[in-house]
Design a binder for this molecule. Structure first.
Ligand code: 5AD
Ligand code: SF4
Length: 442
């Protein structure tokens, strides 16, 4: 139904954290009376929530913003706002406005919750509104949210990062670790379950350091508390840091059946020399012994990871260490990246930057090894019946989809009534990462 309400459109780059922050941006816009547009052309305000973790994410965002020049020329009232990690980098906002002067509003990650007055300033006639706070402020509770990922709901538990891995820009654009109060988190989770959400994903750059700044509640305590909430739901969390992944946490995962049987534990590299240069604070042996401890306690726990190739000075031998670690662990999934030089980080100044061709070859080799693992693990599902939380519809395949408790995606025929339901699916065909099956009625 057409209404006279003004419309918004949001483009998000990067991780779950950004997707959730876009839900907050949408919440603020809805509270101001905007409604979602079907596409950019229909919108009165277009917001870009950007990412700067790798160069290609920045390039894509700049390209897509640049492409709006024509739209802006046609519609003088259109507001274009750019926020997120990219604009939070030192000196970047001015550079961006110089490059793309038709942008109306620039804001950062630290003042995302204050977007409303910035939009109002622009609506009241100010041509360019640029406000990027240098430092993180106090945690802002009760920002309205327009959620987009039912039956999953994202819940922030800790903001920022104190780890300063030498390749990573995140600590510079997200500030220091700040934990939300446990009661705020638990109340939010309780309301979400009451509203009908079936999966909660706790978010933080390093969820394992939750509560260190509070001194009262650890991440394991928090898991134990959230898992006590009545109702059938799944509990997930990301992302973890191997150095802080503790036995106390493993025990909390083991004792709470609502916690999904998958942990995302980014290893980054398998060579001790590279791990040290990355400032990761663990060795290959430490990592492997944490995996062993995890599997001794929860034998069927799936582990996924992030891995990087082409870090400065990485030799063929270092890379083979990574490859062997991947084979040894048997990850259920891996996000693989080519190291991307980020200005302002220590690694950007290191000698021995690796050429693109070598990095590309290494990542292809790595992907190949992981694909074989994925295929073999998928084969193990053939003929089995698994419980899936139906989370959406895939237009291209013409199938409904959802994940099992290990995070594996399955596709199946059905109807809209399955959305948000737990369904039993018998697997009839397996591919690389995904499974195909039929709903089994009980
Ligand atoms: N280049 C490539 N990958 C990176 N990551 C973080 N910084 C960089 C970078 N400069 C990867 C890490 C991290 C994931 C979220 O992104 O693997 O775990
Ligand atoms: Fe970046 Fe390391 Fe912090 Fe993760 S833990 S956000 S890789 S600095």
């Amino acid at each position: 139904m057409e209404t006279n309400r003004k419309k918004y459109y949001i483009t998000t780059y990067g991780c779950q954290m950004n997707l959730h922050e876009s839900e907050k941006i949408a919440g603020i816009l809805c509270e101001m009376g905007y409604e979602l547009a079907e596409n950019e052309k229909e919108a009165d305000i277009i917001v870009f929530n950007t990412c700067c973790i790798r160069e290609n994410a920045e390039d894509r965002a700049e390209g897509n913003i640049g492409a709006l020049k024509q739209l802006k020329r046609k519609n003088k009232d259109l507001i274009i706002a750019v926020g997120g990690c990219m604009t939070q980098q030192e000196g970047y906002a001015d550079k961006l406005l110089e490059k793309l002067p038709f942008i109306d509003i620039v804001f950062g990650t630290h003042n995302l919750e204050q977007l409303r007055p910035l939009i109002e300033k622009r609506l009241n006639g100010k041509k360019h509104v640029k406000e990027v706070w240098e430092k993180e402020g106090e945690i802002v509770e009760n920002t309205p949210k327009t959620r987009t990922s039912y039956p999953n709901a994202w819940v922030n538990i800790v903001y920022g990062c104190n780890n300063f891995c030498t390749y990573c820009i995140v600590p510079y654009v997200r500030g220091r670790e700040r934990s939300r109060k446990p009661e705020d988190i638990i109340n939010e989770c309780r309301s979400l379950i009451k509203e009908g959400y079936k999966e909660i994903t706790l978010l933080g750059q390093n969820v394992n350091s939750y509560g260190k700044d509070l001194g009262t509640t650890s991440f394991a305590d928090l898991i134990n508390e959230i898992a006590k909430i009545d109702g059938k739901f799944r509990l997930r969390f990301m992302t973890n840091h191997p150095k802080d992944f503790s036995l106390e946490l493993i025990e909390a995962l083991k004792n709470n059946p609502k916690v999904c049987k998958v942990v995302h534990l980014p290893v980054q590299a398998g060579s001790n020399r590279i791990l040290k240069l990355m400032n990761r604070h663990y060795t290959r042996e430490d990592y492997l012994s944490k995996i062993k401890l995890l599997r001794e306690n929860i034998p069927d726990m799936a582990v996924t990871t992030d891995i990087m190739v082409g870090f400065p000075t990485e030799t063929e031998e270092d890379f083979l260490d990574t490859l062997n670690l991947v084979k040894e662990v048997g990850f259920s999934g891996a996000f693989t990246f080519i190291y991307s030089k980020r200005n302002g980080t220590p690694a950007a100044k290191m000698d021995g930057q690796i050429d693109e061709e070598t990095s590309k070859r290494r990542i292809m080799q790595l992907i190949d090894v992981q694909n074989t693992a994925n295929r073999n693990q998928s084969k193990g599902y053939l003929g089995k019946t698994i419980e899936i939380l139906c989370e959406g519809y895939d237009e291209k395949r013409g199938k409904y989809l959802g994940r099992d408790v290990y995070g594996r995606m399955a596709y199946f025929s059905g109807d809209e009534s399955l959305l948000g339901q737990f369904v039993n699916v018998k697997i009839t065909k397996t591919g690389g990462m995904s499974l195909l099956g039929d709903v089994v009625k009980d």
